[in-house]
Design a protein. Structure first.
Length: 412
């Protein structure tokens, strides 16, 4: 029997060989890409995966892609070949319009992109609008886990650690997204990371980097920050009348029966996207243009008319712009100012004074309306994109020998 020191020597030798002497392979979480093939880990005990190419898809027993699994990960259903039907999803999600249904399906198809970026799906609605149930259904089709959704993370570090162990980040029943956390969600959606000191060391750093689809739900409008709204798909769910509610057991049984066909339809769309991606040319390139191109390439498999997704996406972004402006005292006061005066120019101090005198009900907000000129300038820059799309031109300029900073506002 080996002594403890000899056992430690052997362990260190094997560890060194594993780290530096063997082949290196990328490791994926639920969805991976090798060459021109995407792999979806089904999460079952046999380690089956779905291989998706531009020619189609099939379930494989020994995928070449390596996957990491967390303790919370649950298996996906085995997709049903040749009988996929995305319309089966309609009975399990509570949406109020065809545009909203297209946006939910587009987000699901976007989750299969191997690298992102991924828009943040935000489900709003009153109590009794099935926000949590809809979120549970959507995540269960891509990356089921237990729990299916969590409470809001306390910090960016918690968010990035969650991204290390999940492909889809789902957070339930949020009341408020703090500015720092909103910025973190934006980085996760388009690609970002986090660095912190490694435990039990003085100078070593550990880095986390991830790009993940995010799914948030709550009663209030969560996309109040324009930069987050710019990366989001916002769907407001209607209230379900008492006569329209379903028993949970019957609902879950029906979902389990339909899930293989819904997943098959999504995989058909992904295969079509891989086949058409090189030929898609968007007339306009919105924010999250790679996502828009990916879903547009998948449109033929979803049975949508040509250009239907882009039309629904543009309408959703316009609605998100309106919500982000209405929830922002700085943006709303500027919109009111140019609505009355058409154009205005002056220093930041003059603008602050004018807005405070004319719209005290907006500028008295100690959190939403900054009292310092430099912070007001930053807040204005943050709301520039949605205001520009609403016809308000904002220009920062300097004039005179002293280079005094002048702000110019004009309604087109």
């Amino acid at each position: 029997m080996l002594s403890q020191s000899a056992l430690d020597d052997q362990r260190r030798m094997l560890q060194g060989n594993a780290l530096f002497g063997g082949e290196e392979h990328p490791v994926f979480n639920r969805i991976g890409e090798l060459g021109r093939t995407l792999y979806l880990d089904l999460g079952n005990s046999n380690w089956n995966a779905v291989a998706v190419t531009s020619e189609g898809w099939q379930v494989v027993d020994h995928p070449p892609a390596r996957f990491r699994r967390s303790s919370s990960q649950l298996p996906l259903p085995t997709p049903a070949k040749d009988i996929g039907d995305i319309d089966l999803l309609r009975q399990f999600v509570n949406v109020g319009s065809e545009d909203d249904f297209r946006m939910i399906v587009a987000w699901l198809v976007g989750c299969f992109h191997p690298r992102g970026p991924y828009p943040i799906l935000i489900l709003n609605g009153e109590q009794g609008s099935a926000k949590s149930t809809t979120a549970r259904v959507l995540r269960s089709l891509i990356d089921p886990a237990n729990p299916i959704a969590r409470s809001a993370p306390n910090s960016e570090q918690d968010l990035v650690i969650s991204a290390r162990h999940n492909h889809v980040l789902a957070f339930d029943n949020l009341s408020l997204i703090k500015p720092a956390l909103a910025d973190a969600f934006c980085r996760i959606a388009t690609g970002g990371g986090f660095g912190t000191r490694k435990l039990h060391t003085d100078a070593e750093e550990v880095l986390f980097s991830a790009t993940r689809p995010c799914l948030l739900n709550g009663i209030p409008d969560l996309a109040t920050r324009p930069d987050m709204a710019d990366r989001a798909i916002v769907v407001t769910l209607p209230v379900i009348p008492p006569s329209g509610r379903k028993f949970e057991g019957e609902f879950n049984k029906a979902l389990d029966a339909a899930a293989p066909r819904i997943l098959a339809a999504l995989l058909d769309a992904v295969s079509t996207a891989l086949r058409n991606l090189g030929t898609v040319d968007l007339p306009e390139r919105p924010r999250m243009a790679d996502f828009a191109k990916w879903v547009t390439a998948a449109e033929p498999a979803l049975g949508w008319p040509n250009g239907a997704f882009l039309a629904s996406y543009a309408a959703n972004r316009q609605s998100a712009d309106q919500a982000s402006v209405e929830g922002n005292p700085v943006a709303l006061s500027i919109l009111k100012l140019v609505g009355e005066d058409v154009r205005w120019s002056g220093t930041m101090t003059e603008l602050k004074t004018k807005l405070q005198n004319r719209y005290p009900h907006l500028t008295d907000d100690p959190i939403g309306f900054p009292k310092q000129e430099n912070k007001l300038s930053s807040a204005i820059r943050r709301v520039q994109p949605p205001l520009r799309r609403m016809g308000v031109s904002i220009t920062f300029d300097r004039q005179g020998k002293s280079g005094e900073r002048i702000l110019k506002l004009e309604r087109s």
